[in-house]
Design a protein around this ligand. Structure first.
Ligand SMILES: Cc1cc2nc3c(=O)[nH]c(=O)nc-3n(C[C@H](O)[C@H](O)[C@H](O)COP(=O)(O)O)c2cc1C
Length: 147
């Protein structure tokens, strides 16, 4: 049987790990780093959490989604943090998933400050807000699966 929700992240400065753990906690599942994922993992709803580096997604997430197929995963929600507000989109991940027939339901975004700029994002409020949005999205498919 498919496990309902899976939360997967890749990270360089731990922001995505923090966000994934907050989302996992809100949804009652353990967030996993992309290295901990196995080929057999299945999910009705998959949250993929990552930052933007030189304008691109984390390369580990790109290979991860390249290896997914639509019998394994129902729908995906992207969770993205970046320093700059423009380009805070995981365009490549979205394109790969869509081309595989895996629908991207939504993209939840939040600020992710670069380490050398002394700003603390994602902060507690960012984590709460992202986890809240994830919970709202997860509640919808749960209802539709019961039909
Ligand atoms: C090597 C590196 C390159 C980055 N390049 C960009 C960038 O091009 N645009 C941007 O908005 N943020 C950039 N950032 C900021 C990250 O996207 C942001 O801090 C994100 O929250 C990092 O997530 P992580 O800690 O999970 O790796 C960069 C960060 C690092 C470490």
């Amino acid at each position: 049987m498919m496990e309902h929700v899976l939360v997967v992240y890749a990270t360089i400065t731990q922001h995505s790990q923090k966000l994934a753990q907050a989302v996992g906690k809100a949804l009652g599942v353990q967030a996993k780093s992309v290295e901990e994922c196995s080929k057999d993992d299945q999910a009705e709803l998959l949250f993929i959490v990552g930052g933007i580096y030189a304008g691109k997604s984390h390369p580990q997430l790109v290979s991860y989604v390249k290896n997914l197929d639509n019998t394994q995963v129902g729908k995906v929600v992207l969770i993205t943090s970046s320093a700059s507000i423009t380009h805070r989109k995981q365009k490549e991940l979205r394109e790969i998933l869509t081309s595989k027939g895996i629908a991207v339901l939504d993209e939840i975004t939040c600020p992710g400050a670069l380490l050398f700029i002394k700003l603390t994002h994602p902060d507690k409020r960012d984590l709460q807000s992202v986890a809240g949005s994830a919970r709202t999205i997860a509640a919808k498919p749960l209802i539709s699966y019961m039909q």
